[in-house]
Write a protein that binds this ligand. Sequence first.
Ligand SMILES: C[S@@+](CC[C@H](N)C(=O)[O-])C[C@H]1O[C@@H](n2cnc3c(N)ncnc32)[C@H](O)[C@@H]1O
Length: 205
Amino acid sequence: MMKNDLQKIYNRFAKTYDKNRGLFDMTEVINDFYRRLSVHSGHLLDLGCGAGEPFPAFFIQNGWQVTGVDFSAKMLELARHYQPKMKTILADIREIELPHEQFEAITSIYCLFHIEHEKHEEIFRKIYRWLKPGGLALFTYATNEYTGADIFNGYKDFMNEQLFYSHTTPEKLTAILESAGFKIESFQYRNIGGETFLWVTMARP
Ligand SMILES: C[S@@+](CC[C@H](N)C(=O)[O-])C[C@H]1O[C@@H](n2cnc3c(N)ncnc32)[C@H](O)[C@@H]1O
């Protein structure tokens, strides 16, 4: 896939995506993550923040400072509309660099599976560096339950668009996270809105 294809698709269907976003009930996943945090104020980084839902909205309501990163200018326009308090950065997660030990929490919801799994290790190492010691991260990961293959690099239909998805096995993912220094806190398959993904919570000790 050309580097910018996914970016173009998200720019094109930002409004449709936004209209359908409420179909996914994220209450349980948000509550579970929030309960696990050792602090209840600070700075959240949301990678692939889209329209600023659902994590940025929840954290802003709870008094957190929130920074969202996305490479779709149209999604960020929606984010600035819905979450004017959120700081937005237009950038590719694969390329962005941020100061170390800045964030109490980092989330990447329904996003990393759009990035080649060969790049994930480098991204997890960055997430580790950006988290403060004691900080917590949560991300959604695709597996066989979604793509039908143990290791996948290909396209699947989502809202009538062919989107690129990528993942390796949960075993290889665990090895990558542990070698980056993370302690895995929760490794849970969840069916939300009819789609099953693996939700991983991990701590920087
Ligand atoms: C399925 S949406 C999820 C948005 C939001 N996290 C949510 O849960 O509603 C995926 C988002 O990730 C962004 N994205 C995908 N790959 C990216 C990359 N390499 N760098 C930055 N953003 C990316 C897309 O532009 C899109 O806004």
